[in-house]
Design a protein around this ligand. Sequence first.
Ligand code: GCW
Length: 672
Amino acid sequence: MRKSFFLTVLAGAALLAACSRPAPVAQDGSDLWLAAGRPYADILASVETTIDPALPAEAFHIYDADGQRHVAAGSEAGLRYGVYALQRAEVLGQAGPGMDVQEQPRYALRLLNHWDNLDDTVERGYAGESMWEWTSPTIPEARIRRYGELCASVGLNGAVLNNVNSNPLILDAEHIARVAKIADILREYGIKTYLSIKWTSPIALSGLKSGDPLNPQVRQWWKDKAAEIYKAIPDFGGFLVKANSEGQAGPQDYGRTHADGANMLGEAVAPYGGIVMWRAFVYSPTSPDRANQAVEEFLPLDGKFADNVIVQIKNGPVDFQPREPFSPLFGQLKDTQMMMEFQITQEYLGFSNHLAYLGTMWEECLQSDTYRDGPGTPVSKTISAIAGVANTGQDANFCGYVFAQANWYAFGRLAWDPELSAEQIADEWIRQTFLKPDGMTDKAFEGKFIEPVRDILMASREAVVDYEMPVGLHHLFGGTHYGPAPWDRLGRPDWTPAYYHQADSAGIGFDRTRSGSDNVDQYNEPLASQYNDLATCPENLLLWFHHMPWDYQMASGRTVWDEICLHYDAGIRQVEAFRQTWAGLKPYVAPALWEETARKLEIQQHDGEWWRDANVGYFQQINGLPLPADVRPLDTPIDSLIYRQVRSDRLGMPIHDENNRPIIVAPRFRRP
Ligand code: GCW
């Protein structure tokens, strides 16, 4: 009797302790955002499903009737989207009785682009080697299935498997057979397979002497190749092409246009319902403004592309910078199908080391008004398809860092519905990714964990802009695109930071106004004049569009120089605040995820300081101005930073010492 009383008291005390002290649930990030939901198969088994031909193919309808939950859809793919939508709704607490939700995707093409090479390296990949394991004798079926589930769960329906800097061997018989095996798996998840092709493939693979798109032999070669591919993959999606760009050959080498090239390929895949995605990422070293070139080359071709050709355009006119205005092409092409290209992998935003939620950046772009068809023509309405450069690799968590997974998720959700808010998407992602600790109420989890993490995500992209390139500065990167190198002016000018910042003793910024490169006039009115006019140009794009004297007074009353310094400092302070918040979240997160994030945030802070010391320090050498009083002093002298960059560039990845500080190379290794 006494013994059992004693045991009851003990159990009660343990329960009390458990209630007051939440116990994090173990997780390592390998379940991504499918961690919190019920398994797909369970949900499927618990609902009545119907294919309703009256619904659009990818649409679904979740509703309750006759005491039963139903998922109706226009196709198998639609059903899958419906079941995943239900899974999400359950986690979000939106799947109560009487649920009635009907959805269909905004864009028919929602693709990931993998910059994966056949030797298993991944261009701008920071999560391990290629997830397709090209060099292995077998294909990694389990991983491909997991990928299929993840893509389908957010509604993605296409994958370009290989790098746009393509290897012609992707089109040889051996690789086509291998791609067919991958396609067989992806098909089960509603995902079509596409390939990037190299323009010179007929020359490399069959010894043809030309790549001229108007040459009958070349045309026939592509038709035969298309026939061969479609024999192996009857629902093959089509080709993605990088041509006449960054050293890749293309139709211009034969005096032909992008349209000639694209249409030739379009004709080859048309009989099978295939498409061609032709990239507008073109620029040449001789142009006075790289930002102008896509419009210069593509506007004259408007209306000349075949029906199954779509022009794929990066969100900004230069290259995936932390902040750019939207590409003016979105507001210019009227008779050409356009496809957005976002970059999910964080080439310019700290690789998989920095916490940078890109939902806010993409929302900013998609919602920008192009004025193409009058006011109220946002970028989201001028495009008809969307692609994202993937951040996936062989890492068990696919993305190298749990917070990098948020960007794959956000891309999928925006591709499905570009009107969704970045904040809602962040909130959804957190709830599906992080498991509520045992013994914690929903309300406590909401207030103590979800809200602070959502605040971090929402502030994170602006923090990167601040500590990397504030006030409209851009492309201040060293060769790896990780650390800063504002001093770099060697080599091809449009690949050097000096080309972009134009800093001299009098001022800083790229003059794209009517008295400069006139990039502003590639935008429709009233934007063109707004950007041109100092009084109306948004300050966060000031140095993108204007070359300003250092002492120009900004809205805050501070000078341009003081504002620049202040932003760098604010970016670092923001990351410090993230670290502080994260330290307080330790009781609610699985140790593995907590440790990983704590370590990455520490790296991020040191990198932020690296960015500040390099840029502020370098510009200070040029303008001789003191730091404003309320800004913290710099840490590291400029010369050692130059060698840090050289070393980091040589190694291809950033290197950090045992304290996570980017490594400074010892003086004896310094260049003379
Ligand atoms: O962003 C730049 C990258 C290159 C990339 C290129 C492109 C695939 O630095 O690595 O090449 O753009 O988009 O074609």
